[in-house]
Design a protein around this ligand. Structure first.
Ligand code: IPE
Ligand code: IPE
Ligand code: MG
Length: 241
């Protein structure tokens, strides 16, 4: 894809709503957990592929603030998978110079999961390559509320005045501070909704929905998405050029 598309036609920040693991498994007569396991491998392959393509930031939606409403058994399987994933992947990400970051409040996670995440982030913090954001216990509304509350605290401390608050001040309080806005938002499994993902950062993102379930989202499918993205006209509120 790198040979086909010029760098100017490539997105700087790609975000993935990894949906359809459960349907993938059910369709095969398997437990939903089998879909999540296969989905974790797909995520690993995709992250590596994005790094090969020299994409600057990749964000994957791994667990939403609303996903706590799922059965306890599924939640604990997912939390266990996060531990296994980073045990295997953190050293490899380190070798590839990737920076693993987490978007969301990790404090309510089971301790082994939280520790695995903190270890992966610490191990890769000094790297300078692609930023890989894992949205875990993430919700866009929660993120915006958190930013508002942090700004309010700055006002209370006399660091800022309400009238002086700029977009840059607000963005500095988001989990994605310092990273570009999302250029390309991909959702698998056909659903056309945001489910609370990156509500602020996706203001002008190009949205591509593919019918494939996440475990079937191969680099070849992503190539197709990138071609579609490259053909879109991004006017950003302006007029046709
Ligand atoms: C996405 O797949 C993974 C998570 C939300 C953790 P789903 O588990 O939502 O799969 P479907 O939508 O039920 O098929
Ligand atoms: C969105 O998928 C969240 C993640 C991919 C982690 P969901 O499956 O939870 O979203 P809804 O319920 O279909 O909106
Ligand atoms: Mg789903």
């Amino acid at each position: 894809m790198r040979e086909v598309l010029p760098a100017s036609a490539m997105p700087r920040h790609v975000a993935f709503i990894m949906d359809g693991n459960g349907r993938w498994a059910t369709q095969r007569g398997l437990e939903r957990s089998a879909g999540h396991r296969k989905g974790a491998q797909t995520m690993l392959d995709l992250i590596e592929y994005c790094a090969d393509l020299a994409i600057e930031s990749v964000t994957v939606y791994a667990f939403s603030t609303e996903n706590w409403s799922r059965p306890k058994s599924e939640i604990s399987q997912l939390m266990g998978m996060v531990v296994d994933f980073f045990k295997k992947y953190a050293p490899r990400a380190g070798e590839r110079n990737l920076q693993i970051r987490f978007l969301g409040d990790l404090s309510p996670l089971p301790v082994p999961t939280r520790e695995a995440c903190e270890r992966a982030a610490a191990l890769t913090a000094k790297n300078t390559g692609m930023i890989c954001n894992i949205a875990l216990n993430y919700g866009g509304r929660a993120e915006i509320l958190r930013a508002a509350s942090r700004l309010a605290a700055q006002v209370q401390d006399g660091v800022l005045t309400p009238a002086a608050i700029t977009a840059a001040d607000f963005e500095a309080q988001l989990y994605t501070a310092g990273q570009p806005d999302v250029d390309l938002l991909v959702r698998t499994a056909g659903e056309c909704r945001l489910s609370g993902f990156l509500l602020y950062q996706c203001a002008y993102a190009e949205f591509v929905v593919v019918p494939e379930y996440w475990p079937d989202f191969t680099p070849a499918v992503f190539d197709r998405v990138l071609l579609e993205y490259a053909g879109r006209e991004r006017k950003m509120g302006g007029l046709k050029t």
